[in-house]
Design a protein around this ligand. Sequence first.
Ligand SMILES: [Zn+2]
Length: 659
Amino acid sequence: MASNPSETSTGRWLDRWPLLVPLLTAAGFLGLFQAAFLLWSLESMGGGLEMALGVTRFGIIVGVLTLLLLVPAALLIRRFHPAWRRGERHRASWSACFAPAASVAGWILADQWVAGPWVAAALEPWVEAASALACGLAAMWVQPPRRWLRAGAVATLLAILSSLLPVGGPPPAPEGGEPAADVDVGAGGAGRPDVVLVSIDTLRADRLAAYGRVPTLTPEMDRLAGEGVVFTRALAASPWTTPSVASMLTGLPALRHGAGRPLGSGPTFQRSPLEGDLTTLAERFAAVGYRTRAVVANGFLSPWTGMAQGFEEFANPILKAGFASFMRDLPLTRLIVALTPAESWGDYRAEGITDQALTWLAEDDDGPLFLWVHYIDPHSPFQADPARLDPSVLIEMANQKQPEVLADGTVVGEIFVATDLVRSGTLWLGPRDRARLEEYYDRAVHYTDEHVGRLFAALRERSGERPAVAALTSDHGEEFWDHGHFEHGHDYYREVTQVPLLVWGPGLVPAGQVEGGLVGLVDVGPTLLDLAGIEVSEPAAADEGRSLAPLWQGAADGEKRPALPRFAGGNLYNLPAALVEDGPWRFLLRANDREELYDMNRDPEERYNVAGDFPEVAERYRRLLEPRLAAFLVDDAGNKPAELSPDELRALKALGYVD
Ligand SMILES: [Zn+2]
């Protein structure tokens, strides 16, 4: 036996607790194994250290719970273990604990492997069982030195203790917090209106009655449009979420704020975050005493993409629900998740988002509130019942498979997740399926409208004692084969890049006014700051956002804001491109050098590319877009957003935008 003192004391410890030490060590192994597996699954979400800690903690808790469930099995295995009969109690105990743990790990590995295309569905359970058995039997023969076992037990104990500490969870506190130099800090928050920014993901402008929809899907937003100003020509900053929302929050065009750029060899969805040194809308409101709150539902809107910058409280229930759905992908946690009510993982439907917003509106506080509310409902997956909450749909979205053909020959059932397959051309949809998807989309828009209505009912109710202003918009639209394609993130026609924009504020914004001039998502933030009486300096360039209030105020003075071009760029799939909309023109330059020019007065549906008919117009815009497109094509992390180059400045001067 061992001769040195520490080995002897270990031996005594092991003698006193023959099952505890191996049980703890095996639990630690299983916990770390699950955590590593989860981290690997979540990698494409770009989690960061905080998520890694949270996942590791969860993995350890699951490991411990599993081992508790396996105690009876361990006792049974040990009873019949040959080493136990020989009197080698420690050896038998370790084998009895490690074998079930290794067996579970073998099952998890096989479960992941059979999910691929290599194993026939009928064989899957057999492959999983064989893998579990093989790993379990192999583990019986593994016998590490006792000091390793003791170290493993101590480490697991420490991990369990630390996982009980309140670490992680809420996003990091807002960084910087330094007021921008041009903000009037001295004024304080007193007397300022509450400011609410509502963005509805993937909402096409033409689904609102104010933009021509008949019959209406959106009675609540129609009412809002009647009480405020409608901008009929608002350009998104990008055809997908991250760059477009970042433009809304910074007032900078997508090709200059740095968010959403490809990151070298990273996965498609891992993109550059908002650059931390930019001042966000929330930081500007916080600097004059606003309480800042955000409740958002979209995986791209997180502290890790910089979207929480400046918010004291930032809730994203879809991230939590997504986490639950990844859990469900593991055999052990499937049971735990199934026993937990879906709402407790995060209600990311419009109903849950509005509930959270109303909770913050009801806070008993004198200071004014800046509230950002981002709904996800019109976005895929497409559901027959938009009110249905089922986080497991999120994991189906992440692991899309060919859908089953239904009895009537269609493939769009109650829930349709296979959007990637359709977009990439792997799955072709017939007219009935296409119509069904559009029907589900419309239902989601109608459902969202109902809960937007609840939010504004609360704002109206208290408008007597607390003035409020709001903007309602979208980050981008959605394609339903308008130009032959589906979904969003890859093209720039109006069904994707024209967004609704309503500005509302009883007593502060005129009712029932319609503005037809070109504006952009970049203008939303400066407009809200202006309405709150917060002074912001003139933008440094013509493409940066500026307040839209002079448009309706100027209507009274007979003096209009000068018309300015608005830009969109950056995409999630396929070929990058940059777009400028200016006066009657819409000009698109793709990375393969193809250019498209449309006259929006004569051809609002963008059917006839007239770049060849107006070569001088096309050339003018090409010179303006080339440097922007080049800036987006730079794919290394850490690159600064492009400044206006001398060429671009010359082009802007030639167009009369810069003196
Ligand atoms: Zn979006």
